[in-house]
Design a binder for this molecule. Structure first.
Ligand SMILES: Nc1ncnc2c1ncn2[C@@H]1O[C@H](COP(=O)(O)OP(=O)(O)OP(=O)(O)O)[C@@H](O)[C@H]1O
Length: 808
């Protein structure tokens, strides 16, 4: 058992804007306990008569200032917890802090750069790396991802679900067994056999979370997310299994409301906006008070799920995330105070071992049989009828195989039947006697043998002796040769088995340049390819389904999306990541080629060394004399071989790291795309509604719909579409009099007066609907599509207007 208080760390987020100095200071003298001092600016402190304190000090295990990199956070906070999980203890890391203070950044990571990976992906990477290294145990890893919003649990990893709202995800409920253990009903567990599979699950959960988020529920701020790695380990042949869980928790924003509103005191206790955080605080207070017998875990779902992590069987770590800006001072002090209380909580972590039921059943069945046999013997329940011929034959076979078995532990199992036991003894006696007689007869014949032989001459003896000696020498040489060859084969086998698993990745090169998406599967090792493909399929269909995006976009909508994408702030990140991906792919391709070269060089060198060896030994055997080997040449070959192996290892390690980076970048890009599409859909819907509300013409379109279009108008329409899709220089077209049809249409659609000049024809026709609607606006007759077209035209016009304004 390991007794430990909850470890508390603080992380200060870099400020969004240039920070006024002097709000906090960190004292992290190595010999002292690290201390964070928050200094209240004078103007704030003066305003509160009752609270003249100007600074607050808080002690933490360690404080990470603004410049602390994600890697440092992982190494210092998460790695020790991951290590205890690998040893079989439960672990929890939770981030606590106000909205925007960096909880998600710390736990999951930033969405822009690979180096911004947070604790979850880094921990997965570390755990799978360790599992690969340890061949003494059989490990199984499962992942679950739970979101708690408004006291309801949702399974973020349900792959079948095509939810676009949080409420559509499977609901997770709590069940408590008679031993008061909490079980989560409906929370799916997914096996992950390697890092990639686990990362795909993280991506699936994050995407579900993002898609389900609406401005109303603001899931990231108001909900808690618990990503759990379930690890089981077992030694081969043993019935004991160890189970450990690692919860990585991103809590909701810890904002409070002041009890007495504006006039209230700064820094006094205030209520949480989020109810389950309020219950979490109650649990923490109860646990930190001595002699409290009742701990109110059951008040909320989150405290019930994290029951073991808080004052139970778990190694728990809290990260207080702080956004130390002037306006956040009170929230930051609340966070630190909360952490100080948490630090008082003692946990007792034990190894969670249990007996594997299947192995247990086999052991018990064997024991029962043995006991039954013993009982039959003791109670004298014996059979009297003679054994049949078949039974006797069967018994003799058993005895033969028992005698032939080299294992000293082997047993002759005949059951609790005295007839069989007696027959065994008889048969063994018979065998023994037969052997004795045989031996006697051989010895007597051996003694007689010399009598029948002629006396051998002295000379012949000498010759034979020499020949024997020579043969002995030959045999010795050959045996040595054989031993060396055997060792080499073993080495080669070992190396090639390492190679095979490693090079699988290299062999699946080449990486066709310029198509990063298509390269994803080529980077995956063979056994997981099918799984990954299905993951990818899931992922891409998720992009469409989850974002509510139609599989097929109309041309207009596509064009609007292109413009939207181009102007979106995230497009820079996506482009940057695309560039980085391209670079990484070409680096991986080059590395793959070099690795293949190194591998074939290693093969040639090995062949050369073996060939030389065989030649030399063969020469020695045939000439019956030792030839001095040429050590210079062989040493040279060997050192070349070592050098190539070293080079190979270095390149391979780099390729592996590249592979992980590429996978991660692809996930980041996928995520960014989902976000972009989601935002586009929202904007599109908003534009369409706006248009429908503002323009009576759209409503009247429904009535005009069924009129079949003339071939002329159809031609108009196709011209219109082609001009739309050619895109680009609409703004210039306006000025040349060669007005683009879209621009013209857009002017017509606009419910508000367009800033661009109207043609006399347009002025005379009045509103856009009058007269020319169906011939110049590309309507299809389908109300949904038509409203899409109109929304697009409107949006397009808005953009053009903005552009005009911008250029003016
Ligand atoms: N240490 C950091 N370094 C760089 N950027 C950071 C850091 N911490 C947070 N950020 C950035 O600050 C923003 C807010 O962070 P984040 O979303 O992690 O906050 P949060 O506490 O999870 O908020 P919420 O409670 O709303 O989920 C993000 O854009 C994030 O990338």
């Amino acid at each position: 058992m390991v007794k430990q208080t909850i470890q508390i760390f603080a992380r200060v987020k870099p400020p969004a804007r240039k920070q006024q100095s002097g709000i906090y200071s960190i004292d992290d003298d190595e010999n002292l306990t690290p201390c964070l001092e928050i200094i209240i600016p004078r103007d704030l402190a003066d305003g509160f008569v009752n609270n003249k304190r100007e600074s607050y000090k808080f002690i933490f295990q360690r404080i990470f200032d603004q410049d602390a990199k994600q890697e440092i956070i992982f190494e210092n906070i998460a790695k020790p917890v991951a290590e205890s999980v690998l040893a079989g203890y439960n672990g929890t890391i939770f981030a606590y802090g106000q909205t925007g203070s960096g909880k998600t950044f710390t736990i999951t990571g930033g969405a822009e750069r690979y180096s911004d990976r947070g604790i979850i992906p880094r921990t997965l990477s570390y755990i799978f790396e360790q599992l690969q290294k340890d061949s003494s145990k059989i490990y199984t890893t499962h992942i679950s991802y739970l979101e708690i919003y408004n006291e309801c649990g949702y399974d973020l990893l349900d792959p079948r679900h095509e939810a676009s709202r949080l409420e559509d995800l499977p609901k997770v409920t709590l069940l408590e067994d008679t031993d008061q253990n909490i079980h989560l009903k409906n929370l799916s567990l997914h096996q992950a056999t390697n890092e990639e599979e686990a990362l795909n699950l993280l991506f699936l959960g994050d995407t579900n979370r993002m898609i389900a988020e609406t401005p109303m529920n603001q899931a990231s701020t108001r909900s808690h997310c618990i990503f759990t790695i379930h690890l089981s380990s077992k030694e081969p042949g043993s019935a004991t299994v160890r189970h450990a869980k690692l919860h990585l928790v991103d809590l909701a924003g810890s904002e409070r409301v002041a009890k007495s509103g504006v006039g209230g005191q700064l820094l006094t206790e205030a209520k949480y906006i989020n109810l389950s955080l309020h219950y979490l605080e109650q649990v923490i207070i109860a646990l930190s008070e001595k002699n409290r017998s009742h701990i109110p875990y059951r008040n909320s779902m989150m405290t019930s799920v994290l029951r073991d992590s808080l004052g139970g069987n778990c190694m728990t770590t809290m990260i207080a995330t702080l956004s130390l800006e002037k306006r956040n001072i009170d929230e930051s002090i609340s966070t630190c105070r909360f952490a100080q209380r948490v630090a008082l909580i003692k946990n007792e972590a034990v190894l969670n071992e249990e007996i594997d039921p299947r192995s247990m059943i086999i052991c018990l069945q064997k024991e029962i049989q043995e006991l039954k046999d013993e009982l039959a013997l003791v109670t004298g329940e014996q059979r009297t009828e003679a054994l049949t011929e078949a039974e006797l034959l069967q018994l003799e076979k058993l005895i033969t195989s028992f005698l032939e078995d080299q294992d000293p532990q082997s047993r002759l199992e005949v059951g609790a039947d005295m007839r069989k036991i007696h027959h065994c003894f008889h048969h063994l006696k018979k065998l023994l006697n037969d052997k004795k007689i045989l031996r006697n007869s051989t010895v007597s014949s051996e003694i007689k043998e010399p009598d029948c032989q002629e006396p051998v001459r002295e000379e012949e003896y000498k010759k034979l002796r020499d020949l024997l000696k020579q043969r002995d020498n030959e045999i010795n040489i050959l045996v040595n040769m054989l031993k060396k060859e055997k060792k080499k084969t073993q080495d080669a086998l070992h190396f090639s088995s390492v190679d095979r698993s490693e090079i699988r990745l290299v062999q699946s090169s080449p990486f066709p340049p310029g198509n990063p998406e298509g390269q994803r599967t080529s980077l995956l090792s063979a056994p997981t390819q099918s799984q990954d493909c299905s993951m990818l399929r899931n992922r891409s269909s998720l992009l469409h389904k989850k974002s509510g995006m139609r599989e097929e976009m109309s041309l207009g909508r596509q064009e609007a999306f292109e413009i939207f994408k181009r102007d979106h702030a995230d497009s820079v990140t996506i482009d940057d990541n695309k560039q980085i991906l391209k670079q990484r792919f070409s680096e991986a391709k080059a590395l793959g080629e070099s690795i293949n070269e190194a591998r074939s060089k290693i093969g040639h060198l090995k062949e050369e060394i073996t060939r030389r060896h065989i030649q030399q030994v063969a020469l020695e055997v045939s000439e019956n004399m030792a030839f001095p080997s040429t050590p210079g040449q062989e040493d040279r070959l060997r050192s070349q071989l070592e050098e190539e192996k070293r080079r190979y290892k270095i390149m391979f390690t780099r390729l592996k790291a590249l592979k992980v980076e590429i996978e991660h970048l692809q996930l980041l890009m996928d995520k960014a795309k989902v976000k972009l599409q989601k935002e586009f859909e929202a904007w599109w819907a908003e534009e369409a509604t706006h248009l429908q509300v503002n323009s009576p013409a759209v409503n009247s379109l429904d009535h005009a719909k069924p009129s079949p279009q003339s071939s002329e108008s159809q031609q108009d329409q196709s011209q219109l579409l082609s001009s739309q899709s050619s895109g680009g220089g609409e703004a210039q077209d306006q000025g040349t009099g060669n007005v683009g049809v879209c621009a013209l249409s857009a002017r017509k659609v606009s419910p508000s007066p367009c800033p661009s000049p109207r043609s006399p024809e347009q002025s005379s026709t009045g509103t856009w609907l009058e007269g020319r609607t169906t011939s110049s606006v590309p309507l299809t007759g389908d109300s949904q599509t038509d409203s899409d077209i109109l929304a697009f035209l409107k949006a397009r016009q808005n953009i053009l207007q903005k552009k005009c304004l911008g250029s003016n």
